[in-house]
Design a protein around this ligand. Sequence first.
Ligand code: NAD
Ligand code: USQ
Length: 410
Amino acid sequence: MTNAKIRKKIFVLGGDGFCGWPTSLHLSGSGHEIIIIDNLSRRRIDEECGTNSLTPIQSIDIRLRAWEEVSGNRIRFYRIDIAEEYDQLLSAIREEKPDVIIHFAEQRSAPYSMKSPLLKRYTVNNNIKATHHVLCAIVESGLDIHLIHLGTMGVYGYGTAGIRIPEGYLDIEVKTENGDRVHQQILYPTNPGSIYHMTKSLDQLLFHYYNKNDRLRITDLHQGIVWGTNTPETQADERLINRFDYDGDYGTVLNRFLMQGAVGHPITVHGTGGQTRAFIHIQDTVRCLQLAVEHPPKLGERVLIMNQMTETLRVIELAQVVSRLTGSEIAYVPNPRKEAAENELHVDNSHFLSKGLVPVTLNDGLMLEVSEIAKKYAYRADLSKIPAMSTWTKEQRPGDVQFEYADYCI
Ligand code: NAD
Ligand code: USQ
């Protein structure tokens, strides 16, 4: 057992997904007892979209068997839809009595959430019910369980009035009627840019309420865009390989660019590429989760919000680096999203740094590693799935008020 010292029983909700799988292996390898709960909806969505992980991920049964063979550690699995099967979730919590629940189990793609009214409703229903069921079940179980949720940097929006985005709470000063000045800390005003990001903003309020009313211990991690695919544990055996999304709905920007460079596809920069976003490598995601498990908030403490990101980068800069590394040309495609042409982003991440995180930042070595994986499995790619087809703006009619994203930035 490493730094964790105390072996904890941990539920990983969404443990079959891109972040959840390597996190489960890492925590299991660190000596914790892991139980994955997942409804395998991400695999179903691949089928629905006619796409697949670039890497050949194995079934959950094969994955778990391989991990036991390789590491000697057993991870158990419950197939439960936590949004639709509340009683099964509650029974699992009552029977297993986990110390920690890590909640990754939400529909996480912004483009997918914007594709159609049906998928907007699916994303809201799935994500909000999933989060509320976990909170409600923890209270109903009567157990003291530390809930760790994967939120997103996108709840803040990506523009500020020149301030560094704080870790969840904003210091404000208001003037009362009798002229006194009162200081307060409030939840940073949310400014979601998609239905998906909006569900994470709503999650925040659920956490605030359950923390206040039921004294639940909650950590909410506002994570940036995850890139990379391997961790030491997923590399230990081919059957443990992590998923790699490259399609227009689920592929995230840097992994998409690296895959595009590897297969000789033009690099799809939206608009001018002026968007700045927060990033984190998958190896740091799993380390941050371990740090969050080891540093729970005290009972009665407010929701602990930590910004889980290590650097901010502009999309066009990423495209240029990938173009230099791979020789692929840059294609400026019309931006399918409603977002500012460009933005500045400064983010406070001192919580994780103070707990000992030594960030992995963008470097040619790690980017080439991703590129090599993409080349190795290029034969599995369906290039017709690369373009982003989901649009934010429906057709404009005469007289429609033009939405200016910048108007909504504080
Ligand atoms: P993913 O889609 O690969 O994994 C999510 C997993 O949750 C899937 O295995 C899916 O089957 C499962 N799931 C979804 N709804 C469920 C339900 N109702 N019941 C049970 N299981 C359910 O996504 P990911 O990239 O691993 O992201 C995990 C979490 O981290 C998400 O909440 C996402 O919002 C957050 N996040 C991801 C990124 C990123 O770049 N990937 C960045 C910031 C935050
Ligand atoms: N972009 C391109 N070209 C592409 C793909 C994306 O220019 O081919 C641009 C987008 O327009 C956007 C930026 O890159 O400006 C990021 O897009 P993304 O798809 O990489 O990231 P996003 O939709 O924000 O969502 C991802 C995860 C989500 C997580 C979020 C963290 O899918 O689960 O919450 O990153 S954050 O962005 O910090 O909110």
